[in-house]
Design a protein around this ligand. Structure first.
Ligand code: ZN
Length: 169
């Protein structure tokens, strides 16, 4: 069984050494100043990227492949920690065609990155909203991008659900 650890769970804590509740039956210690967090027995590095609206966005660095992640997985049996790709927790279909949800999620991500280059699509279950409108961006242009993004996410969800239904047949 995997515990899913979302970095958003400690987004709003102050920049000091803090014990945090991470996921079911799990707690950790985060140090936002030195950019690390202890998950289970492992120290995981954090990375920050500035957002368009003057804040900082935190990411995990996957201890295995060192990629930036919003979500890491903790294996409850052996305590291993890694990202979705390292644990092979892939989408139902690996074939990135127009009938594949991943194709549309990628398009949604690209749309969001036009507004916030640090935006990362990290799985269908992520709670990321479309980035806020930058002050210098025209409202019409922003709304157009947002509508496009929503359309891609919806189409991705539709295909994802179809894939899940298929796998139970
Ligand atoms: Zn990884």
């Amino acid at each position: 069984m995997y515990l899913r650890i979302n970095i958003k769970s400690f987004r709003d804590i102050p920049e000091s050494l803090t014990r945090i509740k991470l996921a079911e039956k799990m707690s950790g210690i985060v140090n936002k100043k030195e950019k690390w967090v202890i998950l289970g027995k492992e120290e995981i590095a954090l990375e920050t990227l500035p957002t368009n609206y003057g804040g900082l966005r935190y990411y995990f660095l996957c201890p295995t492949c060192v990629s930036r992640r919003n979500i890491l997985y903790y294996h409850t049996k052996n305590g291993e920690i890694g990202c979705r790709d390292c644990f092979n927790l892939k989408y139902p279909s690996l074939n990135r065609s127009k009938t594949d949800c991943a194709y549309y999620y990628k398009l949604a991500e690209k749309e969001a990155q036009k507004i916030d280059p640090s935006y990362v699509w990290d799985g269908r279950n992520n709670e990321y909203k479309f980035p806020d409108r930058p002050k210098n961006m025209h409202r019409d242009k922003y709304n157009r991008r947002k509508r496009k993004y929503t359309r891609y996410v919806k189409e991705g969800d539709r295909l994802w659900l179809a894939g899940v239904a298929q796998s139970f047949k």
